[in-house]
Design a protein around this ligand. Structure first.
Ligand code: BTN
Length: 143
């Protein structure tokens, strides 16, 4: 038993360190979603607010890169997998999108599970019923 103790200690510390680092999920970086849209989150402030650029792969309009503005929960646990939300102000159409989701580490890979609402502009109140679309996007991290 005395011989096994140092081995068990090393094993415990190795597994413990792995599980701590493996679960951390960082929103900052380059992402691509299941539609082929690209997103870069470049500025992450200490209070959890962030900005970035969204480049959608799909639209009926002529596509341009558009700014995003969001906020995430702060790291308060070792296995930080934060919930977040952001808006995209499309520069090439009169619609707005909001995304909300959570950053997960799955099998060592970061993934963002999101849902979105896309609000289009309509000219009259009676068209309001058809102005909002809803959907789901999954983003994976580009190295
Ligand atoms: C528009 O067509 O008015 C703006 C572009 C909307 C793109 C949508 S937002 C939700 C979905 N996820 C994407 O990556 N692109 C589409």
């Amino acid at each position: 038993m005395a011989q096994a103790t140092p081995f068990l200690l090393v094993l415990f510390l190795t597994l413990g360190a792995h599980s701590v680092s493996a679960e951390k999920c960082s929103l900052a970086g380059h992402w691509v979603n299941d539609l082929g849209s690209n997103m870069t989150i470049d500025i992450m402030k200490a209070n959890g607010n962030f900005t970035g650029i969204y480049y959608t792969a799909v639209s009926v309009h002529s596509i341009e890169k558009s700014p995003l503005l969001g906020s995430q929960h702060l790291p308060d646990q070792p296995n930080h997998q934060p919930a977040f939300g952001f808006t995209v102000h499309w520069t090439f159409s009169d619609s707005m999108a909001v995304f909300m989701g959570q950053c997960f580490v799955d099998d060592g890979k970061e993934v963002l599970k999101t849902m979105w609402l896309l609000r289009s502009h309509v000219d009259v109140l009676r068209d309001d019923w058809k102005a909002t679309r809803v959907g789901y996007n999954e983003f994976t991290c580009l190295e």
